[in-house]
Structure formats: C-alpha cells, structure tokens
Design a protein around this ligand. Sequence first.
Ligand SMILES: CC(C)(COP(=O)(O)OP(=O)(O)OC[C@H]1O[C@@H](n2cnc3c(N)ncnc32)[C@H](O)[C@@H]1OP(=O)(O)O)[C@@H](O)C(=O)NCCC(=O)NCCS
Length: 162
Amino acid sequence: MNAFLNLNPNNEQANDMIEIRLIKVEETYSIRKEELRKNMDLSTQFEGDFDEETFHLGLFKGNELVSIASFTSSNYKEFEGKQFQLRGMATKEEYQGQGLGRKLVGRALKILIDKKSNLVWCHSRITAVDFYSKMDFKIIGEVFEIPIIGKHIVMYKDLPIK
Ligand SMILES: CC(C)(COP(=O)(O)OP(=O)(O)OC[C@H]1O[C@@H](n2cnc3c(N)ncnc32)[C@H](O)[C@@H]1OP(=O)(O)O)[C@@H](O)C(=O)NCCC(=O)NCCS
C-alpha cells in the first residue's frame, strides 16, 4: 500500500463534511445554469440578486458547493408583514435526494426568523411542489406558466415571530 495515501486518514470524512454558509451570488451561477437554466437561453442572474437585503446560501460537501438558494425581500400581494422570496433553489443532480436541500432550507428559515421575517414564499416549479410540501410550505392560487421554464405555483410558509 502506498503510505502517502494514508497520511491523513480523516480525509475521507473531511470530504463528506457538510457546511452551510453565505455565498456570493456569482458562486450560484454554475448550479443555476445546470439545474435551473439548462439548454435555456436565459440569464443566470435574477431580479433582486444584488439588493441590500438579499442573501445567498450554499451547502458545501467537503469543498464542493452542491446546493444553493437565494432569498430576496419581496412582498407577495396576498401576504402581509416582512416577507422574503426564495429563489434559485437547486441541488446538483448527483446529490439530489440526499436531504441536502431540506438542510439548506432549514438553515435559511432560521436566518429568516432571526431577521424577523414572518413569511417565506416562492414560485415553485410544479415538479418541486412535493419538495416544498415536505417542508410544510402551502400552496396558494392557481398554476401559472413562466415562459420557457414551465408551470409554477406560489407556495409559502408562515414563520414564527421571534
Ligand atoms: C427540488 C430540489 C431543489 C430538491 O433538492 P434535494 O436536495 O434533492 O432535496 P432533499 O433530498 O432534501 O429532499 C427533501 C424531501 O423532498 C423530497 N423531494 C425532493 N425533490 C423532490 C421532487 N422533485 N419531487 C418529489 N419529492 C421530492 C425528497 O424525497 C425528500 O423527502 P423525504 O424527506 O421524505 O425523504 C432538487 O431536486 C433540484 O435541484 N431540482 C432541480 C431544480 C429545481 O427544480 N429547483 C426548484 C425550483 S422551484
């Protein structure tokens, strides 16, 4: 056996370590492109990306960014109070179904509660409704079409006031 391979027996664990932290919007672009804009002639930059209250959250497995979400202060007509819109939620395909998106959203909800937000909402793709439902997001309104991307519906979750 090559002794060099064993210099740090914790390497494998370190590669699997999960960390969630704030990231720059530019770090979201490649996952947005691959998971949300694949084969679409659409920008990977979203409205509100650079707003003062916007934040971008990334989940890293080892050194690899594998799941992302962005949160923008934005009011939806049906709701009141301090609301944030969840945008650009995506997990790299090879890491989907491992509970990482759930972890990322869970952390985000804590941050939003600390910011005294009382509600988070999103334009959920129809294909992602079950994902948000599992985290107790509720549906409001009717299905609508976003050109090129497809069918969506508004989903939201009330947050406890801190
Ligand atoms: C939707 C998405 C973000 C989910 O991320 P993920 O890391 O795979 O989600 P998780 O593994 O944390 O899933 C949490 C739960 O939701 C379920 N789930 C996740 N995606 C689902 C889907 N598309 N349909 C049905 N259930 C889904 C999981 O099975 C899991 O259920 P469990 O807790 O009972 O085991 C990811 O599939 C993705 O990036 N899809 C492509 C881009 C996209 O559609 N983004 C949403 C835009 S609105």
